[in-house]
Design a binder for this molecule. Structure first.
Ligand SMILES: [Zn+2]
Ligand SMILES: [Zn+2]
Length: 372
């Protein structure tokens, strides 16, 4: 079938909405999904801009939510009409997946980052030219075909316009806390950057019982929202000395820091602000170089620096858990969202880049009505 999608022709080019794109047929393990909405994530911009190149032309988008239209003949857990959130692809069969670390899947690179389907075919083409996909999802499209392991089934009374970003940004931030760092009640944490990932980490820190949750950013409006969503303290990097202020509040530093920014000067602060034995999680997707400082900054104080991909999450376990938290009012991620039409994709992306909007969401199907 032919679909409409937002195509990036080459690194740095804007998104161009194009008709007449050929979509791969549904393979045995695939779902064809009619997209209702998709969040825009910083990783989309990293690839659009060419900072971390994929192959081009490409259809990006990896925070989709929609309705299953067709399933492959080997699919047993999904049926047409099911509502789904789309996440990244994992094979589900390797040693990493089987031990609960799907973010480390042995086939992550092959299945998610090569621009092709796990079977090696291209999912999209136009006029004889193959078009790369992203995370085997490509949700900036009216319809896509994904492997069943990209999808998480959700209840039909949830608003599909809101929940797509649980597939990447919000699961990344919350999973870094709930799965990777696992703070105990009463421990302390500082989160560098109050984008969607950072705010999700703070909401998860509150759920975990952290008693000092310190939000760090340069934007006062975002810090105010951080406070509303769980931060107990805020630091504006343009007005306060970050490390000194954290040490004043905590005595010796925090138990955990999360650097969502990837800005080398901030990463260094995130390590310096740790107490003895503390752990910093670096989770930015960036080509920047990590600067730790002197070796003794780590070894003399038994500090840990870890990378975490996708919140060390198993989407099929973590996303339903986040939806439960959301319904209890503990994880109000939708307060960060702003809706745009599909045609406004470049404007929405700019609003995210400037920091004006934390989580832009494209409404791809304007006729969708929640709860139906
Ligand atoms: Zn993402
Ligand atoms: Zn795997």
């Amino acid at each position: 079938m032919q679909i409409k999608a937002a195509v990036v022709e080459k690194p740095g080019a804007p998104f161009t909405i194009e008709d007449g794109i050929n979509l791969h047929e549904v393979g045995p393990n695939d779902l064809r999904v009619h997209l209702v909405a998709s969040g825009i994530c910083h990783s989309d911009e990293v690839i659009r801009s060419g900072e971390t190149p994929l192959s081009y032309p490409a259809i990006l988008g990896h925070e989709g939510a929609g309705i299953v239209e067709e399933v492959g003949n080997a699919v047993t857990d999904f049926a047409p009409g099911d509502h789904v959130i789309l996440s990244y692809y994992t094979d589900g069969t390797c040693d990493k997946c089987l031990s609960g670390h799907a973010g480390q899947c042995r086939n992550y690179t092959k299945g998610d980052l090569m621009g092709t389907r796990p079977d090696g075919d291209y999912n999209f083409s136009k006029d004889g030219v193959n078009i790369a996909n992203m995370l085997n999802q490509s949700s900036f499209a009216t319809t896509t075909v994904v492997h069943q392991r990209n999808a998480v089934k959700v209840a039909k009374d949830l608003d599909l316009r809101k929940i797509g970003p649980l597939g990447c940004g919000f699961v990344t931030g919350s999973g870094t806390v709930l799965n990777a760092l696992q703070p105990r009640p009463g421990q302390t944490i500082a989160v560098f950057g109050t984008g969607a990932v950072g705010l999700a980490a703070m909401m998860a820190a509150k759920i975990s019982g952290c008693t000092k949750i310190i939000a760090i950013d340069r934007n006062d409006n975002r810090l105010a929202l951080a406070k509303e969503l769980g931060a107990t303290h805020t630091i504006n990097t343009t007005k306060q000395d970050v490390v000194q202020t954290i040490k004043e509040w905590t005595g010796d530093g925090v138990d955990f820091t999360i650097d969502t920014t990837g800005v080398p000067a901030l990463t260094k602060m995130a390590i310096d602000a740790l107490t003895t034995g503390g752990t910093c999680a670096g989770i930015a997707v960036t080509a920047n170089v990590v600067r730790v400082g002197e070796w003794s900054d780590l070894s003399a104080f038994d500090k840990h620096f870890v990378g975490v991909l996708m919140g060390d999450s198993v989407p099929q376990l973590d996303i339903p858990r986040l939806l439960e938290f959301y319904q209890l009012g503990w994880f109000p991620f939708d307060k960060t969202e702003k809706f745009f039409t599909f045609d406004q994709i470049n404007e929405a992306n700019e609003a995210s880049k400037s920091g004006e909007v934390i989580k832009p969401v494209l409404i791809i199907d304007p006729d969708y009505q929640p709860g139906k």
